[in-house]
Design a protein around this ligand. Structure first.
Ligand code: PGA
Length: 260
């Protein structure tokens, strides 16, 4: 079994004071959980706060998006090296809110993936279908197109680099995000297995190693059932990542699974 990974996606929440309270609780609550990996993806202005509080802890931090360009006239955008300057090791990419609200496409999300790995960041690439697509039976078609966009963008060297950086994928059905409607463990398993097969088409060994997270109304009460699925390697947690006790409880469940 792959080592579990829990990623908190704070989205556009927090302020200096509440972040400090939350991070200190996480440091305290997670410090002795050494059998899984933990990450918080914070809003960019708070990256230095995350770095100051989290360095020398077992919690890593990351950005919620990154631009594909190294520098230039891109008002409001953040380059990959700006995240690494603040000690980020991870970055979320292709989140459905970025796709639907900010009009990001498979093409731009894949270009960002490429830029992220070239800067040494571990990408957490999000895929998932909308409710209409789900109801129309198009889940695998959509997920395949999102995965294949990345696979087609990376050349052999880049693919090797992505493996070396332990690239992560996240299945986040759009209908489950923030809705309180979690995908069933069986549904998640089918899609995660499908995603792993998609990676296997490119490289079988990589497919065995890549962690695929589930995201969408993940809570402590449903984490166990999801994490016990063979292809669910942890979670991408939105709302519940802002509640210290809830997030710690999810991490505690992930920590119970031994790596084999
Ligand atoms: P949620 O969000 O846990 O609040 O559903 C997950 C996400 O958007 O990453």
């Amino acid at each position: 079994m792959r080592r579990k990974l829990i990623v908190g996606n704070w989205k556009m929440h927090g302020d200096i004071h509440s972040n400090q309270v939350l991070l200190n609780k996480l440091i305290e609550g997670l410090h002795d959980l050494n059998d899984a990996d933990y990450v918080v993806c914070v809003p960019n202005p708070y990256l230095s706060q995350a770095r100051d509080l989290l360095h020398k802890t077992n919690i890593a931090w990351g950005g919620q998006n990154v631009n594909q360009h190294e520098q230039g006239a891109f008002t409001g955008a953040v380059a990959p090296h700006m995240l690494t300057d603040f000690g980020c090791s991870y970055v979320l990419l292709g989140h459905s809110e970025r796709r639907s609200i900010f009009h990001e496409t498979n093409l731009t999300a894949s270009a960002r993936f490429e830029a992220a790995i070239n800067a040494g960041l571990t990408p957490i690439f999000c895929v998932g279908e909308t409710l209409a697509e789900h109801d129309a039976g198009l889940t695998e078609v959509i997920v395949a197109s999102q995965m294949d966009a990345v696979m087609a963008t990376l050349d052999e060297n880049e693919f090797a680099l992505a493996i070396k950086l332990n690239m992560v994928f996240a299945y986040e059905p759009v209908w489950a995000i923030g809705s309180g409607k979690t995908a069933s463990p069986e549904h998640a398993q089918i899609v995660h297995h499908f995603m792993r097969n998609r990676i296997a088409k490119r490289n079988q060994d990589a497919a065995k190693k890549v962690r695929i997270l589930y995201g969408g109304s993940l809570k402590a009460k449903n984490a166990e059932d999801l994490f016990s699925m063979p292809d669910v390697d942890g979670g991408l947690v939105g709302g519940a990542s802002l509640l210290a006790d809830e997030f710690i409880a999810i991490c505690r469940i992930a920590n119970k699974y031994e790596q084999t």
